[in-house]
Design a binder for this molecule. Sequence first.
Ligand code: NDP
Ligand code: 2IT
Length: 444
Amino acid sequence: MSYVDEVLAQVKEKNASEPEFLQAVEEVLNSLRPVIDANEELYRREAVLERITEPDRMIMFRVPWVDDNGQVQVNRGYRVQFNNAIGPYKGGLRLHPSVNLGIIKFLGFEQIFKNSLTSLPIGGGKGGADFDPKGKSDREIMAFCQSFMNELYKYIGADVDVPAGDIGTGAREIGYMFGQYKKIRGVFEGVLTGKGLTYGGSLARTQATGYGLLYFTREMLKSNNDDIAGKTVAVSGAGNVAIYAIEKAYQMGAKPVTCSDSTGWIYDPEGIDLALLKEIKEVKRARLTEYAAARPSAEYHEGKGVWSVKCDIALPCATQNELHLEDAKMLVANGCMAVAEGANMPTTLDATKYLQENGVLFAPGKAANAGGVATSALEMSQNSERLSWSFEEVDSKLESIMINIFHNLDDAAKRYDKAGDYVVGANIAGFEKVVTAMMAQGVC
Ligand code: NDP
Ligand code: 2IT
């Protein structure tokens, strides 16, 4: 049996109850075959794959808080510190009722390779809780965030582990967590990113994941002799990533026509009204039904369906496994030419394969959505030098980083005779730097 197959079998046995983690590991290890097979004896002796698939540590803790009725609620908090070979652990905090250890492990594992691709010195980690922020008052959110930090503070620090936002965690939550960390530790340091601009946050961090996704997509299209201008774009999600993907798509001359949340989706053939979407999601924290009510050109549908709309480019920006094989078939049948993942692992393995086999340019999330964490690393740099850079400076660094990521993975794919397979390219390019650092640092 090859070394890759041996480790895949072991990982499946050890983590049988974690389907998302197994899915992520399967994709990465399969992509790495050409690299590992070329040097199998060395990698096997060094147990490189066993080490990279086992987190440095997994922290799980009780998060008790009091709701507005005086009732004590208890959630489960997580921080998985996966790999710090190239820098302090870095990755977001997801607050969503679906959160469990397997989901945080898959996200932390992906983050190792994503963070490596940014070319910045950040290791991989992820955390969160099975807390549902929907419908909670500000006071309840604060109570939860403070209790969450009452335990998490022991394990993080500006040079140790630097969490940030993800689903359900935005500027409000980061603010409450930062305040509690400062209160407990008595230090003002860049321990979280995505902070408010008045206390160490970076300009352009809010926009970074969505903007970065479009910078990456434009470079991928350019390298295939095409452009974004004039294209119709289908977007899923209506959160941080989706909103700023839509904004940048407009700036590049494209027309985004869809968005979605967990209850339904919008098709707006005249193009999504961005100001209205921001008002509903960022200010009112309301449902997309309000969008349809305010916009005569829009259709609202319950459930899922964004990928049934005719588009040139699809940008899944909501959550994992939201684009299935049947969706991929509809996209191909409707002439879609590119799929770029704003979310983490939104496309199932069989859907990815189908898209690639049918000539759709496919940009994996660990490359295409790396702009968020890259800008978080820029926020860390600004905090370290106690300066803040202009929006234009951060945005132009972000753009260069995304262009570089595309060329790094394009080159890696070509080096291994897999030209155009950006999944293989991203996994190999991300892995190479981490494995070199791990081996240089000995068995640890
Ligand atoms: P937000 O919480 O801001 O928005 C998430 C959006 O996706 C909401 O519209 C939400 O709808 C929808 N959604 C979430 N979970 C589900 C679900 N289970 N089923 C259907 N819809 C769902 O999160 P972000 O925009 O920050 O994150 C979106 C994705 O991008 C995630 O995969 C995240 O890991 C990834 N990502 C985020 C980065 C960042 O910087 N924020 C960086 C890189 C990747 P509703 O409000 O109804 O729940
Ligand atoms: O998935 C991700 O890359 C994020 N949620 C952003 C992490 C970060 O540290 O900015």
